[in-house]
Design a protein around this ligand. Structure first.
Ligand SMILES: CC(C)(COP(=O)(O)OP(=O)(O)OC[C@H]1O[C@@H](n2cnc3c(N)ncnc32)[C@H](O)[C@@H]1OP(=O)(O)O)[C@@H](O)C(=O)NCCC(=O)NCCS
Length: 147
């Protein structure tokens, strides 16, 4: 298994996974892969895409935000999610002269704050209107200072 940067020809694989697993189906994956302010990475086993993630670069406030993290259900529970996050942390730290903090959004419904805590993040806030107005699934904001 290795992690590589996604290129425009990977759009179909990512969009197919998003549809198949009903994950972030409204996300503009083309922009995520091709925009100058973001990049996506694939976890691949040969030609099979096992998972994906990405980073969004916010120049205006010198932060980098994790843009989703997804591992195929049959590959979960083997440390691959943390492998992707560790890769993102290294990538973000390499850019610390331009960016001061790495941010992740963690849905409370998935206990994702616990996952990010295992990767070394701290909880720094929440938004109870991020996904819906009923307050049932809220977004925790997780952060890791880069400098
Ligand atoms: C979240 C996700 C990426 C984790 O991938 P994974 O490969 O199963 O994670 P890992 O095996 O690396 O887990 C590492 C640790 O985090 C824990 N963990 C994983 N997912 C967790 C979750 N949702 N809540 C709490 N803890 C979690 C694991 O138990 C493990 O702990 P341990 O080291 O003490 O055993 C995967 O479950 C997934 O793709 N989920 C669907 C997409 C999603 O919801 N993404 C988040 C929103 S963008």
């Amino acid at each position: 298994m290795r992690i590589r940067k996604a290129v425009p020809t990977d759009l179909r694989a990512v969009a197919d996974m998003s549809r198949k697993y009903e994950f972030e189906t409204n996300r503009d994956w083309r922009a995520a892969i091709s925009s100058k302010d973001s990049e996506m990475f694939l976890l691949v086993d040969g030609s099979v895409v096992v998972g994906f993630t990405g980073l969004i670069y916010n120049h205006w406030n010198e932060t980098i935000q994790i843009l989703d993290i997804f591992i195929r259900p049959e590959h979960r529970g083997h440390g691959l999610g943390l492998k992707l996050v560790s890769f993102l942390i290294s990538r973000a730290r390499a850019k610390r002269s331009d960016y001061r903090c790495l941010i992740a959004e963690a849905p409370s419904a998935g206990n994702m704050d616990e996952f990010y805590k295992k990767a070394g993040f701290r909880k720094c806030g929440y938004n109870d209107r991020y996904y819906s107005n009923d307050g049932k699934n809220i977004a925790f904001w997780m952060s890791m200072d880069l400098r």
